[in-house]
Design a protein. Structure first.
Lengths: 557, 201
């Protein structure tokens, strides 16, 4: 019975995404290929000083990305430090240095890891003018980098990839802002609050008092999901009834976080002039998506573990209106993308059920991944797959008529190595340095035993892959975790972008090799199978030992 | 093109872009959503507040505890789920317990809740639904399962001297099916049920 409920919920989600795929993917392609500038865009280009029709090399494009993100971090840090003097701050003081540093990086890198409880840390000014702005523009940066890589594959013998400022502007003005506005209104109708009332003190039925919060929640909620950001207005994130009041808003939030990442393969297919290539990437994403969701839902419905068995089900940290399977679906969707919003507490999942979100992130969030980052991650894996297939069967490694030479495979390999290095080194250092380990065990770790290890592993996995969800029992607002996770988020975001843009540049510079009998076709089921296989094997070999120390050991004990 | 050369240039562009973005996305956009929200759905936008006799007693979306000052369950009210938000249903401190599946504190809490409910309601411990034994994710869950509401009917009716069939009928009126029948689980809103219950007296 429960399993059919889960299937029906999944089928509804899949159907909506299938309907959205073509129109949204084509609209995105049109957005980034159109030669016309909107009047408002022209005005903006004039104000900020950009010549919109000038093309950039990959190096110039990258300098734009890095400069913009650096300035974003500085501004967001300053806004938090100035909270005490900003209007609508609800009397909350300035945010301390270490936390402001971690937060600024967290929101600029599209991670939205939250070392703090926003209910008591953030006034409306920081949430609106600081965090929500980065929700938009960090997502737009991700889309821009993906579009630059697509252009690299689509173009021939050119030194340029487009203009970063134009891509950033169009992603914001033509896609994220209008869709967020409509989504926010829908969420308000569904019960998500949007006011500036502060706290309303009421006398409850039994004569107690309750402080009911207000805030500009709906406007932030919409872009939180649409931009795969995930940072909640409230501590409980999408489990809070004011963020996610009902069954249909829960479905709607999943659609918002999955719509753009799942439509980008269409954009890719359209821009490289071969829609079948888009379908192949989509098929690889969808395969992992379905298997992963089935796994987390199954583990949670079985409900192994002492506490779930005592309670009659894995229901600790779940909301009644969502139930077990709908929560599991959300947990999967939020970690298969780079969102990290939660409508249930992953820390309270069964050992194996809680391992699946970790694996989703360890896969590099490519099924379908974050806005933009999911597609470029999957395309890098496609490059690796073509290379490995070439070695196995003696075919020329090439992808879409671009040769995979030493430079390309080096860049792709560096991309693949970045986040595992950050996750494993970060986790290892946390336990290897005695002083840090003692601090973790006394201050940060919440659950005893193996689960406590999983909390730390989850944190480094989430930060390095820019997800932002957590085994939230972990107290991360400590000097070590604020600093280490901040560095992981920063490097986990921008090193891959460096490699992707360098790769895009070297593809763009190439001509197009005509396909021959020796070329591996990259639009057939065979390639989809290879791509999924390479993705899973790379991750399994990298992470199996560390998973065995935490969730696997706990689940099999 | 000059715009793509010079070390400082992109930083200067970025700064101006961020200022424009802050004005449009950080101020104008939430204000626009606020304006439209107040026009099309003011009740929801302002927190779905519930009034009884002209006094605001809470929000339809935010759960409350129905306990005395020491936190002991009051038998004459339908009880909400256990809560990890502050001292329980602290709406300014939403939170789950974040206890893992093998956490001894959680295991002990479940057994203790099971024993307390079995005694208060005079039911078989094995018949107690899981939402009654576990804290919600937000700590502010406004709902309980229909099973947990039905389980409490006899106790509530007894404490208030009401006809149990009348209270049972009231519970059924407040059973809300999941959206479309399958998007989530059926619910009973505890605050709304208790407000209606108070009117029965």
């Amino acid at each position: 019975m429960e399993i059919w409920l889960a299937v029906a919920q999944f089928a509804t989600l899949a159907l909506i995404l299938a309907i959205v795929y073509r129109p949204l993917g084509d609209y995105l392609a049109l957005t980034f290929t159109s030669g016309r500038h909107l009047r408002v865009e022209r005005g903006l280009y004039r104000v900020v000083g950009v010549a919109p029709d000038s093309e950039q090399t990959w190096g110039a494009y990258l300098r734009g990305v890095l400069a913009f993100s650096f300035v974003g971090v500085v501004i967001l840090y300053a806004i938090q430090r100035l909270q005490a003097v900003l209007p609508m701050s609800l009397g909350i003081p300035a945010i301390p240095e270490g936390l402001s540093f971690n937060n600024a990086i967290s929101f600029v890198t599209n991670t939205n890891w939250q070392s703090y409880s926003p209910d008591v840390t953030m006034g409306y000014a920081v949430q609106m003018a600081g965090l929500a702005v980065q929700n938009f523009v960090s997502a737009a940066v991700g889309i821009a980098v993906a579009v630059a890589l697509i252009r690299g594959l689509a173009r021939r013998s050119t030194g340029t990839l487009g203009n970063f400022w134009v891509d950033l502007t169009r992603a914001t003005v033509r896609i994220l802002l209008p869709l967020s506005f409509l989504a926010a209104i829908a969420l308000v109708i569904g019960g998500v609050v949007q006011n500036f009332a502060g706290f309303t003190d009421v006398t409850t039925l039994t004569g107690g008092t309750q402080s009911i919060p207000g805030g500009p929640v709906a406007s932030q909620e919409a872009i939180k999901e649409l931009g795969t950001n995930g940072g909640g207005f409230f501590n409980a994130n999408s489990a809070h009834p004011f963020e996610n009041p009902s069954g249909w808003t829960n479905l709607f939030q999943m659609v918002l976080m999955l719509a753009i990442p799942f439509s980008l393969p269409r954009t890719f297919g359209a821009m490289v002039g071969d829609k079948r290539q888009g379908y192949a990437v989509l098929a690889a994403m969808a395969t992992i998506f379905v298997v992963s969701l089935a796994a987390v839902t199954t583990f949670e419905l079985i409900g192994s573990g002492t506490a779930p068995e005592a309670a009659g089900g894995s229901f600790e940290g779940r909301e009644q209106r969502f139930g077990i399977s709908f929560s599991a679906l959300f947990a999967g969707a939020t970690t298969l993308t780079s969102t990290g919003a939660v409508d249930s507490m992953h820390d309270s999942y069964t050992a194996l059920g809680g391992m699946i979100p970790m694996i989703n992130m360890m896969l590099g969030e490519i099924a379908p991944g974050g806005v933009g980052s999911g597609l470029y991650g999957m395309l890098v894996l496609a490059v690796i797959t073509v290379f490995i297939a070439g070695l196995l069967v003696g075919r020329t490694p090439e992808y879409l008529g671009k040769k995979i030479g030493p430079r390309e495979i080096k860049l792709a390999s560096l991309y693949i190595l970045t986040t595992p290095t950050l996750v494993l080194v970060g986790t290892a250092l946390s336990f290897a340095i005695p002083a840090i380990r003692a601090d973790l065990e006394s201050t940060s770790i919440w659950n005893p035993g193996l689960h406590g290890f999983s909390e730390v592993l989850y944190a480094f996995t989430s930060a390095s892959n820019n997800n932002g969800s957590a085994f939230a029992g972990l107290t991360a607002n400590t000097p070590w975790l604020n600093a280490a996770l901040g560095v992981c988020m920063l490097l986990g975001r921008f090193l891959p972008m460096v490699f992707v843009l360098a790769l895009a540049g070297s593809f763009a510079a190439q001509g197009r090799i005509p396909a021959t009998a020796g070329t591996l076709p990259t639009h057939r089921p065979q390639f989809v199978g290879l791509l999924v296989g390479v993705t899973v094997i790379v991750v399994a070999l990298t992470y199996f030992p560390v998973l065995a120390l935490g969730p696997l050991a706990e689940g099999l004990a | 093109m000059a715009s793509s050369r010079g070390f400082a240039r992109p930083y200067w562009v970025a700064l101006r872009f961020m200022i424009a973005a802050t004005v449009v996305l950080g101020i104008a956009y939430p204000l626009a959503v606020f304006g439209v929200g107040q026009l099309v759905a003011p009740a929801q936008a302002n927190g779905s507040l519930i009034e009884v006799d002209g006094e605001t007693v809470g929000s339809a979306l935010i759960g409350q505890s129905f306990t005395d000052a020491e936190g002991a369950a009051l038998p004459e009210w339908f009880q909400s789920r256990p809560s990890a938000a502050g001292d329980g249903y602290d709406a300014a401190a939403s939170s789950g317990s974040n206890h893992g599946p093998e956490n001894p504190d959680l295991i002990a809490a479940i057994e203790q809740r099971k024993a307390a409910i079995a005694e208060a309601d005079g039911v078989d411990p094995a018949s107690i639904p899981m939402d009654a034994l576990t804290a919600s994710a937000s700590g502010l869950d406004p709902h309980i399962s229909p099973e947990y509401a039905r389980l409490q009917v006899a106790r509530v009716a007894g404490a208030r001297g009401l006809d149990p069939s009348e209270v049972a009928a009231l519970v059924e009126r407040f059973v809300q099916p999941a959206d479309l029948g399958y998007l989530g689980e059926p619910t009973v809103n505890v605050l709304q049920l208790n407000i209606a219950l108070a009117r029965l007296d």
